[in-house]
Design a binder for this molecule. Sequence first.
Ligand code: PXP
Length: 240
Amino acid sequence: MPLLGVNIDHVATVRQARMTNEPDPVHAAVLAEMGGADGITVHLREDRRHIQDRDLELLRQTIRVGLNLEMAVTDEMTGIALKTVPEQVTLVPEKRAELTTEGGLDVIRQRDRVAVCANRLQDVGIRVSLFIDPDESQIEASASLGVDAIEIHTGNFADATTAKAQAIEFERVVTSGHQAVKNGLRLNMGHGLTYRNVQKISQIPDLQELNIGHSIVSHALLVGFERAVREMKDLITPSS
Ligand code: PXP
């Protein structure tokens, strides 16, 4: 059964809409833990559009489950990660104009930058995961860098509008996952997962962790954070 990492970025999005101090993502993280979250994920963006530096510092001091920091491959972010020491860093591509992380990291083209950043983080014991598309050559490149994990981008699977397209994307995710595990990488997945599509993905063999944000925060707005997390956790937990 995969672990559930709850991405709380969009709690901060609501706060930043008014530039005020509520809702507090730290409060949401505590409720997420009470609902069964196995980890808390935040993306500290270069433009600070949702999560702020203060959130990261307080989360580090508050939560008892693992902290997964998503970040761009930059010197500024590497410095912050080295100071915060989250259990895991997930390196993601970042474009200013995007609504959300649009594609996977191009590990082949950015090999040297990714290697330097990953090595610095691994040297202090942080697990490094690369957010990549379900693509054979990207998995090969990730494995050759000696990182600990990959997170396969499930966005195309989630966005598929026909059963046939979804089946093709699912197959890609499964095949890539298998290749990653064969290469000794910890297998994480995420992006675009919802209460409707998560079960198929959660049954993929050797999957260690799912990172889910928008759907949980949206549901939480209506039913409360703790319940929203518990309902997602129940969906990814096989019934005995
Ligand atoms: N994984 C990564 C690397 C992401 O960048 C995001 C979005 O911040 C997610 C998972 C969560 O995606 P969603 O909000 O669609 O569940």
